[in-house]
Unconditional design. Sequence first.
Length: 302
Amino acid sequence: MRPGRREFPLALAALCSLAQMPVAAAQEIAGTQRRSFVTSDGVTLSYLETTPPPENKALTIVLLPGWCMPAAIWHEQFAALGARVHTLALDPRGQGESEVPAQGYTAARRAADIHEFIAAAVPARSRVLLVGWSLAALEALEYVSRHGEKRLAGLALIDSSVGELPAPPGNNDPSADSPFKRRVRNDRPRFLDEFVHAIFVKPRPEEEIAALIAGAQRMKVEDSIALLSYPFPREHWKEVALKYSRPLLYVVTPQFAAQADSLKRHRPATRIEVFRKAGHALFVDEPERFNALLLDFARSLR
């Protein structure tokens, strides 16, 4: 039996402390092209890019998907944002249509991949609104920690813990062999079936779910677990967020609403938004609201 929509976010919260339409050719997502670049360690990473001339050429929106998910999960955002703002979405290493290398599933390397992606795909005169969902929110923060804010106009963190209180339930030691990780290791197909169904509140076609589950199994089990084991105390993410000096948007479901309030108290300039009726993939469940919010935030950037 699958867990209820209110039960499984506890596991999602453990994941975030430390989707999508089927993986499809880019031409099946209106107004996009599939491109690629090669990282400094020789890995070919794939990404989607809007093709119509955008209204705003001074800003590029860079979308990063969460744990084991593909760039195509942002398909509703391409439709709404792409005609107005240059929009890119990365398939991180091992995900979507990117290469599945034998190495590089560390916070440092994934932050380097973001840095090199921006350098390769974003025009030099364009600044970036970096949008990270779930695990990618932490990777976006690690990018800021290691590579700075120079290219950024703004940062949007989507439904992930940011190290504020209250801590998500369960063991928050990233080095621990948690029940969550043991399930990934010992019964990945069943776990992924539950995981993918649980990130949506609104039912999705079963062929989409099947494609997500298949795509999430492209990387080795231990590499997928390595992505859940970044060697930082959870306070690390809070410290990075508080030091970040540019506009910050924090969009969450109720599981992180208390953390959003806490971040707002500690960093008053933060803009927060709670999607109370959406699942973890809130931008899929409520795309119109999310797209309007992101466009409004993008217009506010200078």
